[in-house]
Design a protein around this ligand. Sequence first.
Ligand code: 6GU
Length: 232
Amino acid sequence: MRIDIITALPSLLHSPLNDSIVKRAQTKGHVSVEVHDLRDYSTSKSRTIDDYAYGGGAGMVMAVEPILRCIESLQQDRQYDELIYMTPDGETFNQTMANALSLKENIIILCGHYKGVDERIRQHIITKEISIGDYVLSGGELAAAVVADAVIRLVPGVLNDETSALTDSFQDDLLAPPVYTRPPEINGWEVPEILTSGNLKAIELWRMEQAMERTRIRRPDLWEKFNQNHDE
Ligand code: 6GU
């Protein structure tokens, strides 16, 4: 899979995409992530990418031309399955969207800034608009890093048995059960006996019960969804 991220602030993306699982996914060749500085596609000497809003009012608008030039140059080399715009008024990101995006071959992620991009880019170029939740960030970069991380770890081959996504929270509409490691007791705090029993069937059952109980108490909305899917 290839992910091209277009941004006015490339440095905000370098650190989150160059560590841990996301870095390993790139070195192992499962994914390549390229960050593009929108200013490189400006036509002005001062590398401007924004302009005043028509109709007046506070705040600048990201102009059509640099974005078009950048996207068109990327499209010369490959076809893109999805052109995503990161914006607080997009569809709220979730694990289902992450799963779907992890199956795509090539995607572009455009990070919004200032008052956003000229509406014509959204109307004619963008195929999907994503928000990561109901709060406002200074720009789409951190949101793009969140989406890229969630997607990359799901790309086939990226995770091994130990880090398998199958046991993640949300993967089956349930939160993950609690986990413990050595020592078996510290400060009088004990590991649940069943986990040291060696009874694999009983442990699996206990984890399922814990996951269900946790979901019921913490996320009644997910719990309802889980029950609907398991009623049929
Ligand atoms: Cl995608 N962008 C910005 N600026 N703020 C956000 C967001 C995106 N998602 C949630 N808040």
